[in-house]
Design a protein around this ligand. Structure first.
Ligand SMILES: Nc1nc2c(ncn2[C@@H]2O[C@H](COP(=O)(O)OP(=O)(O)O)[C@@H](O)[C@H]2O)c(=O)[nH]1
Ligand SMILES: [Mg+2]
Length: 252
């Protein structure tokens, strides 16, 4: 189970959903933080920016942290990855960014759907399926409430569901082959301690700058490869989806 130096458990939660559904607001509710005021600079202990105007829409993934009941909660807020104007390039960029931030892996994905949404029959059925797949783990959030009890309850209900998911997964967060590759690249690029052997060698004075640069370039190339692989998968899935609807033309 992921812990920090202080032996606190870490929970990495990624928030997904369409723009305007309340992802950033829900992230703030989970963390117990407030959104920075409109057009004011954001302070370190403030939450994610929210709102519909240009300054409120989340353009790139961001992580904020809070500590609750001895657990470190990292919430990663994402732009609307399923928005119709998101290009595969941007989506793969954001997915890699999320994996870079959630170093230990992802303990839970939280999908945010606004209760104000009007669903078509097809969307409602898709939503029902997702809810069933998620074993009806739903928490209703009122992100605008000022009632301290409600705020606390909805936050605790969500964190308790996250802990249930973690327990069901034997304490292991979600990872895939990319997490390990990205973590290795990060270590080389950041030159951080503790270093794996090949990166430690970079620090040795006798290693020529040219060799160091070559290793760093290789690390950067690896990141580009990973983004391209993910982009390829996104396009493949989109094409399969389009084929299944019988549509003949699409811009990807
Ligand atoms: N009435 C109501 N409005 C909400 C709630 N949560 C978010 N909003 C509003 O919905 C808009 C979009 O929220 P935001 O969190 O920025 O959505 P995002 O684009 O998914 O990150 C904002 O104007 C919020 O004030 C809620 O629980 N109730
Ligand atoms: Mg947002």
């Amino acid at each position: 189970m992921a812990t920090t130096d202080q032996n606190k458990e870490v929970r990495n939660i990624v928030i997904v959903g369409k723009t305007g559904n309340g992802k950033s607001s829900t992230g703030n509710s989970i963390l117990g933080l407030v959104s920075p005021r409109k057009n004011a600079p954001s302070l370190p202990n403030e939450g994610f920016r929210t709102g519909t105007g240009p300054s409120g829409v989340t353009r790139t993934s961001q992580m904020k942290q809070a500590t609750t009941n001895g657990q470190i909660i990292n919430v990663i807020d994402t732009p609307g990855l399923f928005d119709s104007d998101m290009m595969p390039d941007q989506v793969s960029e954001e997915i890699v960014k999320c994996m870079q931030m959630a170093k230990e892996g992802i303990h839970a994905f939280v999908g945010v759907v606004s209760t104000w949404n009007r669903f078509s029959e097809e969307e409602a059925n898709a939503f029902r399926e997702i809810v069933e797949d998620c074993k009806h783990r739903i928490v209703l959030f009122d992100n605008l409430t000022n009632d301290a009890e409600t705020k606390k309850k909805q936050r605790m209900d969500l964190l308790s569901l996250v802990n249930q998911v973690v327990a069901k997964n034997n304490g292991q967060p979600y990872t895939n082959e990319y997490f390990e590759r990205i973590n290795q690249v990060e270590v080389i690029l950041c030159d951080a301690e503790p270093l794996p052997i090949q990166a430690r060698a970079l620090r040795a004075p006798k290693i020529p700058a040219k060799v160091k640069d070559a290793v760093k370039k290789e690390a950067k190339d690896t990141l580009v490869d990973i983004k391209n692989e993910i982009r390829g998968q996104i396009i493949h899935e989109a094409v399969e989806g389009i084929k299944s609807t019988g549509c003949r033309c699409a811009i990807l």
